[in-house]
Write a new protein. Structure first.
Length: 248
């Protein structure tokens, strides 16, 4: 059985997207036909109906399987009533249109929600893993405990800081990482920081690959736009290629 090819993209930020980088990514999808495109959040910049419509049309145009996670920018910014009462209504409409697989022959994707409508701090952009969200992810991992496929958790915010001694900006992130590592996760795909990374972290006797995608937007933070190509081999090996868009 052949290896799986996963295009991991994040932080497209329709509204402030980089059109040339978007076209570059779409051309690669159509040419290489990955098994799945995984987008780990921030599809939009301000969660407007127009921006979600742009995101919907873009992901549908890829003509491939897509799985999405919400980011902190995907909740309404201007309609606070909707943000507090139905924060994922607009995102949910897009998610229903883009049917997402949860499993491939060599790997299984398990979502973890790291966004909340309000936090006991400001700004509200960093991650927050609620107990209920973690419990749902752990329950999914429990059902897969005897499954030989790689278990890949997908979420918007990195669960650990880039440097082990740094303060963790994701509330509940360390506990979530430890719990999902103990539950059998093999890798975590994230976004948010707009800078790609590929790290190995451990809890107890379990090592987990932490893979972050950059951005396809104009909101750069020291790295050019880009995305990851994640290859999963039948023998459970994970290879990550970081692709970078460079203006001609």
């Amino acid at each position: 059985m052949n290896a799986h090819t996963i295009f991991h993209v994040s932080d497209v930020h329709f509204g402030v997207e980089n059109p040339r980088a978007i076209d570059w990514f779409a051309a690669a999808v159509h040419a290489e036909k990955p098994d799945v495109v995984v987008c780990t959040g921030d599809l939009t910049q301000r969660a407007t109906h127009k921006q979600f419509d742009q995101a919907r049309r873009f992901f549908e145009s890829l003509d491939t399987l897509v799985t999405l996670e919400p980011g902190n920018h995907d909740m309404p910014y201007y309609n606070l009533w909707e943000r507090f009462t139905q924060p994922y209504k607009r995102y949910g409409t897009l998610a229903e249109l883009v049917r997402a697989p949860v499993a491939l022959p060599h790997c299984v994707f398990i979502p973890l929600k790291t966004t909340v409508r309000i936090q006991p701090r400001f700004p509200w952009s960093d991650g927050y893993v609620r107990k209920e969200a973690l419990a749902a992810t752990l329950a999914s991992l429990e059902t897969l405990k005897d499954d030989a496929r790689l278990k890949i958790v997908t979420c918007h915010h990195p669960l650990l800081p880039a440097q082990p001694d740094d303060k963790n900006p994701t509330i509940g992130g360390t506990n979530a990482f430890n719990a999902i590592a103990e539950a059998g996760a093999d890798a975590i795909l994230t976004g948010h920081v707009h800078v790609p990374f590929d790290l190995m972290r451990a809890y107890g006797n379990r090592s987990v690959r932490m893979i972050g995608a950059g951005t396809l937007s104009t909101r750069l933070r020291g790295a050019d736009p880009g995305y990851n190509v994640v290859t999963i081999t039948p023998d459970r090996h994970i290879h990550v290629e970081q692709r970078v868009f460079v203006e001609a």
